[in-house]
Write a protein that binds this ligand. Structure first.
Ligand code: GLU
Length: 303
């Protein structure tokens, strides 16, 4: 298969050749979602949210600008040939746009790395962010969160021939790669100080480093790692049990509570009418994990 061949190229340390043959550097070959199974999200007619400065600005320009990831299989992935984004997070972004009154096809997606999300929301570069973004107290001081819309957990990705790493207890002295600014990076730094941490902007670069024996493990959310493993099952495996709770939220500018609460309502409605489940099954569900029950929405008071 082409994708196995691509991974072999990377293994042979022909990273440059592999990048050209497989698409954008660092990303696994793109296998799109089951587009025929994706729901067409009904666009809310006459929807208004004048209390939200973000919504007003988007309506003024005619589309939302949404921050996402571009190298996370089944979640947020950009096809380098067409520039099209696909995955579960992308579908969440699209159904939210529809619920806020703007057709999903009008969204302008912007790839924003984990470390730059808060700044992008603070300086108005994006209207909202959907990209494996864990809700936590520290981040809530900087941005708002609608949701959660999915519950992930931190896990470990290793080479298939690795037998010495089964969980975070085995990380001492091991080279462990994660994304700068991510909660998994911070957790390993704090709880496993003897691990040798390596940080990059993206997890796909970590995966390249794993395949070329420059690191021993990649750590981040299971939802992300399962996607990489599913793309290269002969080379990679996810080990152990998830060792954290990572509730995914939609990031919004801090203080735009009208937008946050409207997105909470929209998520709840899309979970109720079946769009959430259909979107999951046509994207993240392809990595082999059946649709879970979505976590309860947390409408927290404005701070
Ligand atoms: N969910 C974690 C976080 O928000 C890891 C995934 C990511 O970096 O997007 O930090």
């Amino acid at each position: 298969m082409i994708r196995t061949a691509c991974v072999r190229l990377a293994l042979a340390v022909l990273a440059v050749v592999a990048a050209a043959a497989c698409g954008k550097e660092g990303s696994p070959p793109v296998k799109g979602p089951a587009t025929d199974r994706l729901p067409a999200y009904r666009v809310a007619q006459g929807f208004r949210l004048p209390a939200s400065p973000t919504w007003k600005r988007a309506v003024g320009r005619g589309y939302f600008v949404v921050g996402v990831k571009e190298d996370q299989p089944y979640l947020g992935q950009r096809d380098p040939a067409t520039g099209t984004y696909s995955g579960f997070d992308i579908e969440i972004a699209r159904m939210m746009s529809a619920s806020l009154g703007l057709a999903p096809g009008t969204i302008h997606f912007r790839t924003i790395a984990s470390a730059n999300r808060e700044t992008a929301l603070q300086n108005g570069q994006i209207d909202y962010y959907v990209g494996t973004y864990t809700i936590n107290a520290l981040r809530k001081k900087l941005v708002g969160f609608a949701g959660p819309y999915y519950l992930a957990g931190q896990s470990l990705l290793v080479r298939r021939n690795e037998h010495g790493i089964d969980g975070p207890q085995d990380l001492d002295g091991k080279r462990v790669c994660s994304a700068a600014g991510s909660t998994p990076y911070q957790r390993v730094r704090k709880e496993h100080p003897k691990a040798v941490l390596v940080a990059y902007d993206t997890y796909s670069v970590c995966v390249d480093n794993l395949l070329t024996y420059q690191v021993d493990a990649v750590t981040t959310d299971d939802a992300i790692l399962i996607g990489y493993a599913a793309k290269a099952p002969e080379e990679l495996k996810v080990v152990g049990r998830p060792f954290s709770k990572e509730p995914y939220g939609i990031g919004v500018p801090h203080g735009d509570n009208a937008l946050r609460l409207a997105l909470d309502d929209a998520l709840e409605a899309r979970e109720k009418n079946g769009d959430w489940k259909k979107a999951y099954e046509a994207t993240l569900g392809l990595s082999g994990v059946p649709a879970p029950t979505p976590p309860a929405i947390d409408r927290y008071p404005a701070s």
